[in-house]
Design a protein around this ligand. Structure first.
Ligand SMILES: Cc1cc2nc3c(=O)[nH]c(=O)nc-3n(C[C@H](O)[C@H](O)[C@H](O)COP(=O)(O)OP(=O)(O)OC[C@H]3O[C@@H](n4cnc5c(N)ncnc54)[C@H](O)[C@@H]3O)c2cc1C
Length: 484
């Protein structure tokens, strides 16, 4: 459909202020948290109600117009990149907490509600929402469901999928569907799980019912510092082996410690090659007992410093450094690229060594700050996009690092999704038969292929092309992919 006709039609469907077309209005929607991929949207719509969303979708369905849903745009894989032609549908104005039921410990919220806003609303009742991506101040619950977001607390309390009880969503045809409910399981096929991590490809989420947990009586964090990354990585496995399930078990290497310390002054020891933050929460006597065990394990693992945060202020400072580590990278480098791969915990040491080797090979600095307890790595590659050819080098390094994760028995994404960034990786992670099933599922929801087209599931043709490249190894763009 021609741009002017599309815009005229949208003005007929929605109030004027809900349709953005001027270059300066649509520019902020060009990219998500991965600015290496950008596209100017033809038009952005910002509806206030689910009814208005429904009208937009029904129109797009009837006129074959592509539509991309967007939350806060903090995604790190280009999932909310606007379509070449079509509508960018922002859900941020659907930001109401519809119900909060402390008795049943649930909340029902619109998709544009920010992750942290749920815990803030629940706090007066002694409750909170557990999944806590580091972007929680900004990211929306709709985006969290679409990416199946994780966070520091997910080691103990699970990912988004483990904390959402029900959803309402709209199909592209504008039909409203409710799945799940207020209980732990419902009848029928598990569409609730299918929608988690569906990256806006299947439907537009319009309501989310989340589980709330009681705020822990006590939460204590231990900082453990090591003179080698390997010792720190091995300590992670030992903590879990000791029977502990920390509320968070995070690792930062030397570069990440330096970046965070310069920025936040969290009190991290600069002499450390790596630090671990190990948080234990629950009833006070139990936390005390677990704290003693964790301290012992960390000391026996070779930590040269093991310190329990003295008070709540110090605990908050320790976490502030971790949570601001990505932002701190901006002080050191004009650009950075955050990867997201998962590996079995027991392989952390060798994979981190491999990343260090690759960093030397490419001459690019890589900081590691990540959810170590889940084996969810976030290598942060520092680079300068203004330097010709540097981003291409970064992409090759990124692919080699993810190849390393897959070879170690891991995956090409832990929590940031595939988006446009990891389409090639999908070709190597999954077989043709598996990808065909993903396509069949997509077609069942969206036969016209209009919802977030070109994202998350690579075309088989793309994979075949990569496969052909695989055969003619001499012509491989990224020969390392051969080893996936
Ligand atoms: C500094 C920083 C730290 C981060 N830390 C973490 C972390 O610890 N853990 C983690 O998991 N992620 C993290 N992220 C990534 C990101 O915040 C998450 O992926 C988050 O879930 C994205 O939410 P959003 O509202 O910004 O979604 P967007 O980026 O706007 O969209 C993400 C995807 O969801 C789809 N989508 C959005 N809303 C809807 C809807 N209502 N219905 C259907 N589809 C929809 C979009 O089409 C897109 O594919 C971080 C990002 C940054 C910038």
């Amino acid at each position: 459909m021609r741009t002017d006709a599309l815009i005229r039609a949208l003005y007929r469907l929605l109030p004027e202020e809900a349709v953005l077309t001027a270059p300066e209005e649509v520019e902020p929607y060009e990219c998500d948290g991965l600015p290496a991929y950008r596209r100017r949207p033809q038009v952005v719509v910002l509806p206030w109600t689910a009814k208005q969303v429904q009208k937009v979708l029904a129109f797009c369905h009837a006129h074959d117009v592509p539509v991309v849903a967007r939350g806060a745009g903090t995604g790190l894989s280009g999932g909310a990149l606007p379509p070449e032609e079509g509508v960018l549908l922002s859900l941020t104005r659907l930001d109401k907490i519809l119900a909060l039921d402390p008795q049943n410990r649930i909340a029902c919220v619109q998709p544009g509600v920010r992750n942290l806003a749920i815990s803030e609303a629940a706090k007066p009742y002694g409750l909170y929402y557990a999944p806590d991506p580091s972007s929680q101040l900004a990211c929306t619950i709709g985006g969290n469901v679409a990416e199946n977001a994780g966070g520091v607390h997910c080691l103990k309390y699970g990912l988004t999928v483990h904390n959402v009880l029900g959803l309402r969503f709209l199909t592209l045809a504008g039909e409203e569907v409710a799945v799940g409910g207020e209980g732990l399981d419902g009848a029928g096929l598990d569409l609730l799980a299918v929608l988690h991590g569906s990256e806006g490809l299947l439907a537009v989420i319009t309501e989310v019912t989340v589980r709330l947990l009681p705020l822990p009586e006590s939460a204590r964090v231990i900082l453990a510092a090591f003179d080698s990354v390997i010792k720190a990585a091995e300590a992670v496995a030992k903590v879990i082996r000791a029977g502990l399930i920390p509320a968070g078990l995070e690792m930062m290497d030397r570069l990440a410690v330096e970046m965070a310390e310069d920025f936040i002054h969290a009190g991290y020891p600069r002499a450390a090659a790596a630090i671990l933050l190990c948080e234990l929460d629950g009833f006070a006597p139990q936390v005390q007992e677990e704290l003693a065990l964790a301290e012992e394990v960390l000391k026996h693992s070779g930590a040269f410093l093991v310190r329990v945060a003295r008070d709540e202020a110090e605990r908050q400072r320790f976490w502030a450094g971790r949570k601001a580590a990505f932002a701190a990278a901006g002080r050191l480098s004009p650009d950075c690229y955050c990867l997201d791969g998962t590996i079995p915990r027991g392989r952390l040491a060798e994979v981190l060594e491999g990343i260090a080797e690759l960093s030397r090979k490419y001459g690019l600095r890589v900081a590691n700050v990540f959810h170590a307890g889940d084996g969810n790595l976030h290598p942060l590659i520092l680079y300068d996009a203004a330097s010709p050819g540097e981003f291409e080098k970064v992409e090759r390094l990124g692919e080699e690092i993810l190849a390393l994760c897959v070879r170690a028995g891991g995956t090409i994404t832990g929590e940031h999704g595939v988006g446009v960034e990891k389409l090639n990786g999908m070709c190597y992670q999954f077989s043709a038969a598996e990808l065909a099933q993903f396509h069949a599922l997509k077609r069942a929801f969206d036969p016209q292929g209009l919802l977030n087209p070109g994202k998350a599931i690579p075309t088989l043709a793309r994979c075949v092309e990569l496969g052909r490249m695989h055969v003619h190894a001499g012509k491989l763009k990224h020969p390392q992919l051969e080893r996936f």
